[in-house]
Design a protein around this ligand. Structure first.
Ligand SMILES: Cc1cc2nc3c(=O)[nH]c(=O)nc-3n(C[C@H](O)[C@H](O)[C@H](O)COP(=O)(O)OP(=O)(O)OC[C@H]3O[C@@H](n4cnc5c(N)ncnc54)[C@H](O)[C@@H]3O)c2cc1C
Length: 496
């Protein structure tokens, strides 16, 4: 059989491993960390089980397809539920609202903030629907093998109809006048590490996704999905080996011939790298990461994450909560310019409201994510961690959720830790930026330009960051591998 080695058991690597095994390859996954999941890891201590990274699950159909496409019933591996409200929002002036999924309930919430906004939401959703379907069909769910495929005559009209030329905040501003609703419908750009003030309007598909398709939750938290993927891989005969870091890619005769490890080399017919793409270029291939057209690469931001195990309840927080600071635009300018922001917006996830089994009886989890500059910024992170922790806990207390005397477990991951422990170049939690100059054919390709038999899957490759996107990346790279490197059946000669 054709042997495929996958380097990294992130959600992208596991999804690709399952697809490759189903397609007939002999697959092994080698992971550096003690547990699979990559950024989607878990802190398990004192009866708490806390996700480290992704928490908002969008595009359920893509998640389910990862299982269904390999002949499995998704329900046998993961339980997915839609949350309503998708999230609760706390504005800086004290106003609060819920992003309801039920349309009439959402419209009523919007009308309370800006009379008439509810009726205008229908138009906004219709545009979001067009952007969402168009982006998936023309830019996201396909491999780009040449510049012409992306910018050719058949694809060019899509750049106009998908509003690649217009900033997202302008599109939102035409529908909603109240600055609070403008925040509500633009902050979602941060899901892929984009500044809402520079992101192109095509990313208005994200607030559409939240409020129309809905935010989903997997039982067991996001790690429940990782466990489902690991089980799927094992059921398909994939070996998932943890605590086994690769030290490099074997480069021989113009091709990748497998992986180097401290305890010996493993040869393979093809090698698929799931480790963060720029990190892998530097550390595993000994090259500077390069944009496909030689331009300067742009990195996304990072996050300062606090994980609290808390005794007692968490007031009227919902499973997902967005808390806006009082200088929304200044906040993002600072994040993207590598500066500290005094009163940042943040996000609080309380997964125990959706699945109480994630904490001991009478306890909850508060996962706090504060968008932040990446680890390249000249910031004293130790001081910043303490400062932001105090700010968030004091701010939450002012909103009626005082955790300060009830924290029984605490952990923090700052940008340097995202970089070092999770092998992310510059600690950029969402990988390379998704600016127009770094998407589609202009994002690092899923096939190496210099070495044959070397492929990539994950956030910094096409189509981009986020759980559903790396699952799509797995589908696209598998299609490419099957096309270029069809699996030999048992007994056939693999390589001439
Ligand atoms: C704080 C945070 C919040 C997020 N929130 C969301 C969200 O709400 N919703 C959403 O959809 N997405 C979210 N994301 C993004 C999402 O988590 C990622 O896009 C996705 O999980 C990335 O998966 P991946 O497979 O590309 O990479 P990774 O998860 O980075 O996996 C790569 C794997 O390669 C391994 N590796 C690296 N080097 C080696 C080596 N030398 N040898 C062996 N293995 C190696 C790493 O240890 C890692 O396990 C969030 C991310 C973070 C960090």
């Amino acid at each position: 059989m054709t042997r495929a080695l996958v380097l990294g058991a992130g959600i992208g690597g596991l999804s690709a491993a399952a697809r490759l095994a189903h397609a007939g390859y002999d697959v092994q996954v080698h992971e550096r960390l003690p547990r699979p999941g990559g950024r989607g890891n878990v802190i398990q201590r004192d009866g708490f089980r806390i996700d480290t990274g992704p928490s908002i699950l969008l595009m359920r159909d893509i998640v389910e397809a990862t299982f269904a496409d390999v002949g499995a019933d998704p329900a046998d591996y993961v339980t997915i539920r839609r949350l309503d409200p998708a999230y609760k929002v706390f504005f800086a002036d004290g106003a609060r609202m819920e992003a309801r999924v039920e349309r009439e309930a959402l419209k009523a919430e919007l009308d309370q903030i800006e009379p008439g906004a509810g009726a205008r939401f229908d138009d906004f959703a219709a545009i979001g629907d067009k952007l969402y379907r168009g982006a998936r069909e023309h830019f996201v769910e396909r491999n780009f093998r040449s510049l012409r495929e992306m910018f050719g005559i058949s694809n060019l009209p899509q750049f106009v109809s998908l509003r690649v030329y217009e900033p997202m905040h302008k599109l939102v501003g035409r529908h909603f006048k109240d600055p609070r609703l403008r925040q509500l419908f633009t902050f979602n750009a941060m899901y892929i590490g984009m500044n809402p003030f520079t992101a192109p309007a095509i990313y208005a598909l994200l607030p559409y996704n939240d409020t129309v398709e809905g935010v989903h939750f997997t039982d067991g938290g996001m790690y429940g999905l990782v466990e489902g993927l690991v089980r799927l891989c094992r059921d398909l005969g994939v070996d998932v080996v943890c605590d086994h870091p690769a030290t490099g890619v074997i480069q021989r005769g113009g091709r990748a011939a497998g992986l180097h490890f401290d305890d010996g080399d493993l040869e393979a017919d093809l090698t698929l790298v799931n480790a963060d793409w720029p990190w892998a270029q530097r550390r595993l291939l000994g090259r500077e990461p390069r944009h496909p057209l030689g331009k300067k690469l742009r990195y996304g931001p990072s996050a300062l994450n606090f994980y609290f195990g808390v005794r007692g309840d968490l007031g009227d927080l919902r499973a997902h909560n967005v808390v806006f600071g009082d200088d929304y635009e200044g906040n993002f300018s600072d994040v993207f310019a590598g500066r500290v922001h005094e009163r940042p917006s943040y996000y609080v996830h309380v997964p125990t409201l959706a699945d109480p089994s994630l904490a001991p009886d009478g306890h909850h989890i508060a996962y706090v994510l504060v968008p932040h500059s990446n680890s390249d910024a000249p910031i004293d992170w130790e001081h910043e961690r303490d400062r932001v922790r105090d700010y968030v806990l004091t701010d939450l207390a002012a909103k009626g959720v005082d955790l300060r005397d009830r924290i029984v477990l605490e952990e923090v991951i700052d940008p340097p830790r995202w970089a070092d422990e999770f092998s992310l170049d510059r600690g950029a939690t969402f990988g390379l930026s998704h600016s127009v100059s770094q998407v589609g054919y202009l994002r690092p390709h899923n096939k190496d330009p210099h070495l044959r038999d070397l492929y990539y899957v994950g956030s910094s490759t096409h189509p981009g960051a986020g759980v559903p996107m790396v699952m799509l990346s797995a589908r696209l790279v598998t299609e490419r591998i099957v096309d270029e490197h069809p699996p030999a059946r048992l007994g056939e000669t693999v390589r001439a």
